[in-house]
Design a protein around this ligand. Structure first.
Ligand code: HEM
Length: 560
């Protein structure tokens, strides 16, 4: 993994006659997070050489453990003294770029053409970009697909209150908070001086010096999960047997569905939503994850239909999906992608891969070739049996009264270190109504969802299913005994609906392995396969031109 860190070369604090530069903690903390993670680091600044340290950042009251470590680390000091010139850097040579904060960047980085071009080049090639404290201002002139990069994205940066507290409101060229809002960013902040970092798709921002560790860790998680690099090696051997790689998997989706640029390779048709999760505290006894502490966290989601066709007509029996991202304190994220099947019809990624081709519609008839389907069914009678059971259940009339299942098993760890196998489901609080035949409106499920959310928020109870130590966890096609304890841990409320064009969900990879501390994957190989293939799908779509989604912004407005 290769990271380019960028520092300022500017040492004059406006016209005050005082010195500035980069904030030492904002270099030292991320530097060691990256180095300890085994990252190959390159340091750079507009002028090259030793960047100026803001003398204020090194005052006794601002000392931190990372700064102390820096002062005893000759390798770090040497690297800092030899930064390379920013104009010589190329995005192809790195996996991501990280901007160190301090007041200096407000003068030599925020409008720097080399910096703007470099960020655009990273972002255009599907790579993440990150900045902390004042440095999120480096994004203010960066454009992606014709609009400001931060427009519609959740971002943070040095707050107006923090600038006022250091008496520099009138000295800086502009206020970071105001400017990020002005260019359309969905600016968020924690209390002044608290640690706070946000990941929105491939954009990572941290609020202030205390947030530099959180921002750096969030960036590492993003890279590790493969959300942007498709870092296949991370997933170990289980998925690389028989030469089945994430690329081959993504190729197969394209072979079956065609290539629809900018769209997900599966669950291509969808709609963004947002809201919040209100935990009742009952989950704390199973997991120390902060999402289970009593209180509210923000959620972004996406309802979808199974399949790689972004404009397919809605049908009652098409598998329904719901991807969710919970934003937890300190920049942690929990992502889950759930479907309306209580069990996964195939045991392994390899069978899923095989089934995709067997069910490929014949261009002449629009239906799968019966001979291929038969051959698959003969090889996998267990899938046929399972699908019969699954599809015998009555279907609900819409997304709002659908039960969603996480399916795969996970391992939860509580504060005392005790580990428990857990699965989860979302039970709708909307009344069940049986599905009827699809009406002629080809977007009827999504249109109904839009109307319902405009009328009143939709709610689901999040239920944890508590496994026994010997319950099988490696096979999502096997359920646990029906008498397993179910713990109601809180309510998910979705109160906003957003067309994909405007929804942050479009650029989220709902990778099931994006988990907060206290939740970990089980030994289920489908989990690592999902993670790897979602990453590959994400990398492909992130670098492609976007086309309008089936559900347009006008459709979303109509339901108001
Ligand atoms: C080997 C098994 C699987 C493969 C290869 C696979 C593949 C994919 C791919 C390529 C995407 C698009 C990802 C993106 O571009 O962001 C996707 C999305 C999705 N998958 Fe799977 N999937 C698998 C299993 C599952 C299972 C078990 C579930 C449910 C528990 C599931 C639920 C979803 C949902 C809800 C989405 C849409 C999420 C969103 O809106 O971004 N998938 N899948």
């Amino acid at each position: 993994m290769k990271i380019l860190m960028v520092l300022t070369s500017h040492d004059q604090l406006g016209n005050t006659g005082r010195k500035t530069g980069f904030w030492l903690e904002e270099f030292a903390a991320p530097y060691f997070v990256f180095r300890d993670a085994g990252v190959d680091l390159t340091l750079s600044s507009p002028r090259g050489g030793q960047p100026p340290i803001d003398p204020k950042s090194d005052l006794p009251e601002n000392q931190t453990p990372a700064m102390a470590r820096f002062k005893h680390d000759s390798e770090a000091q040497k690297a800092l003294s030899q930064t390379l010139k920013l104009s010589d850097m190329k995005s192809e040579d790195f996996d991501t770029i990280f901007y160190v904060g301090g007041h200096g960047p407000m003068w030599d980085l925020v409008d720097n053409p080399d910096s703007i071009a470099l960020i655009e080049s990273f972002y255009n090639s599907g790579k993440p970009v990150a900045a902390v404290c004042h440095s999120p201002a480096v994004f203010h002139r960066v454009v992606f697909e014709g609009v400001p990069l931060v427009k519609g994205k959740r971002v943070t940066g040095f707050t107006n209150g923090e600038e006022e507290a250091v008496h520099l409101t009138k000295v800086v060229p502009f206020l970071v908070e105001d400017e990020l809002k002005r260019v359309g960013g969905l600016y968020k902040k924690a209390a002044d001086w608290e640690s706070f970092a946000i990941v929105d798709g491939r954009l990572v921002t941290g609020q202030n010096p205390a947030s530099s560790t959180a921002a750096a860790k969030a960036l590492i998680t993003l890279l590790r999960e493969g959300a942007v690099t498709g870092a296949f090696a991370y997933f170990g051997g289980s998925f690389s047997t028989d030469g089945l790689t994430p690329s081959r998997f993504a190729d197969r989706f394209e072979e079956v569905n065609g290539v629809h640029t900018g769209f997900r390779r599966n669950h291509a048709k969808g709609l963004g939503v947002s809201g919040f999760f209100e935990s009742n505290g009952n989950g704390v006894r199973l997991s120390k994850a902060t999402v289970f502490e009593a209180g509210r966290v923000q959620v972004i989601g996406r309802f979808s239909l199974d399949g790689g066709q972004p404009y397919q007509p809605d049908r009652p029996d098409t598998r329904r999906g719901l991807g969710l991202e919970f934003s937890l304190p300190h920049g942690e994220l929990w992502r889950t992608a759930m479907i309306n099947f209580p069990l996964f019809p195939v045991r392994t990624p390899e069978i899923f891969y095989e089934r995709l081709l067997a069910f490929k519609p014949d261009p002449a008839t629009g239906k799968p070739d019966p001979a291929k389907v038969k051959a698959f069914e003969e090889r996998h009678p267990e899938t046929v049996k399972l699908l019969k059971v699954i599809t015998a259940r009555p279907l609900s009339s819409g997304f709002g009264n659908t039960t969603f299942y996480g399916l795969n098993a996970f391992r939860f760890t509580d504060a005392a270190g005790k580990t428990t196998p857990v699965r989860w489901i979302l039970k709708p609080m909307q009344r069940f109504e049986a599905a009827s035949a699809a009406p002629p409106n080809k977007n009827y499920l999504f249109d109904q969802l839009i109307t319902q959310i405009h009328r009143q928020p939709l709610r689901w109870r999040l239920i944890l299913i508590v496994g026994k130590p010997d319950d099988p966890t490696s096979d999502p096609s096997i359920g646990w005994p029906a008498d397993r304890e179910q713990v109601d841990v809180g309510v998910l409320t979705l109160d906003r609906v957003e067309a994909e064009e405007f929804s942050a969900a479009r650029d989220i990879n709902f990778d099931p392995l994006t988990l907060p501390a206290g939740m970990a994957p089980s030994d289920d190989p489908v989990l690592s396969a999902r993670s790897a293939v979602y990453a590959r799908s994400f990398t492909r779509r992130a670098g492609e031109t976007k086309h309008p989604s089936a559900i347009t912004p006008a459709d979303v407005k109509k339901g108001e």
